[in-house]
Ligand binder design. Structure first.
Ligand SMILES: Nc1ncnc2c1ncn2[C@@H]1O[C@H](COP(=O)(O)OP(=O)(O)OP(=O)(O)O)[C@@H](O)[C@H]1O
Ligand SMILES: [Mg+2]
Length: 257
């Protein structure tokens, strides 16, 4: 049965979409993966398909949740990597949930993904940078949550609130949700403030913090423009921390059993 894993934090531009896209790509080498773009910016869609997000208008996750049927909207990126795309109109999700939908506003995504859960080994969900209805729906749909922490003081404060939100979801809508861990991103090893925040996170959250730290590498930014490549030595090298993270993630996911 597929494991549903969401990647989130209510801070913008910390690398959520990038880590979701690269993880989906790397996992799809030997597993069947569905990437779910649940952010109206559509960045995951653009990253993985290398197409304009408006090519997918009316064929997105929004239609899938409205019909509670993802099947007509799943697009293949490769044989083993599929995507449920998003574009701007996903911003109307909350309006739909409260004005038109008659069911439970928090379980819509979970019910939608239930139809395909068994068809994939991993379903990865990319979240928007806020704690709104999409985040609550995604956490309610997830088996595991990865919280992202950019080593920046603003992001550190947000992490606590994200973890509180996760606990609320565990109490109210998804008791089976497991915090897979906190992944630290884009640490600039030249600034002591970044090192201090990482140290603080390890002190406050101990083993919950993944051992792997994803550092800033300019090649990673190029992947979003030209697709993820693994041909040159540099490519292999910049992807290595993501591979290390996935190794740790798999250990934690399979531990639950
Ligand atoms: N390891 C990395 N090294 C260098 N640049 C990176 C890395 N990870 C992400 N970036 C770049 O940082 C920017 C923000 O990344 P990304 O879009 O993944 O963040 P996000 O958290 O999803 O943002 P948003 O909150 O807007 O959805 C992008 O330009 C991306 O290419
Ligand atoms: Mg993003």
């Amino acid at each position: 049965m597929g494991e549903i894993i969401s990647f989130g934090i209510q801070k913008g531009g910390v690398g959520k979409t990038t880590v979701t896209a690269i993880s989906a790509f790397l996992l799809s080498r030997d597993s069947k993966v569905l990437a779910v773009d649940f952010d109206s910016q559509g960045n995951l869609t653009q990253f993985l398909t290398q197409r304009n997000i408006y090519d997918f208008t009316k064929h997105t996750i929004l239609e899938a949740v409205k019909e509670q049927n993802p099947l007509p909207y799943i697009q293949p990126v490769s044989e083993s990597l599929h995507i449920l795309p998003a574009e701007d109109l996903l911003a109307t999700f909350s309006r739909y949930v409260y004005q038109e939908y008659r069911g439970n506003p928090t379980t819509l995504l979970r019910e939608t993904l239930a139809a395909v859960k068994d068809a994939y080994d991993y379903i990865l969900i990319d979240l928007p940078p806020n704690l709104g209805d999409q985040t609550i729906n995604a956490l309610t749909a997830s088996d595991y949550a990865v919280a992202l922490l950019q080593t920046d003081p603003f992001c550190y404060d947000a992490l606590d609130r994200y973890l509180e939100t996760l606990q609320l979801v565990q109490q109210q809508t998804n008791p089976d949700l497991v915090l897979a861990g906190i992944l630290t991103l884009m640490m600039d090893s030249r600034t002591t403030i970044d090192a201090t925040i990482l140290e603080q996170a390890r002190k406050d959250y101990e083993d919950v913090v993944f051992r792997t730290v994803i550092r800033r590498r300019s090649r990673i930014k190029e992947f979003s423009l030209e697709g993820i490549r693994q041909r040159t030595k540099i490519d292999v090298e910049v992807l290595r921390p993501y591979e290390d993270f996935l190794k740790e993630l798999k250990e934690r996911v399979h531990q639950k059993g």
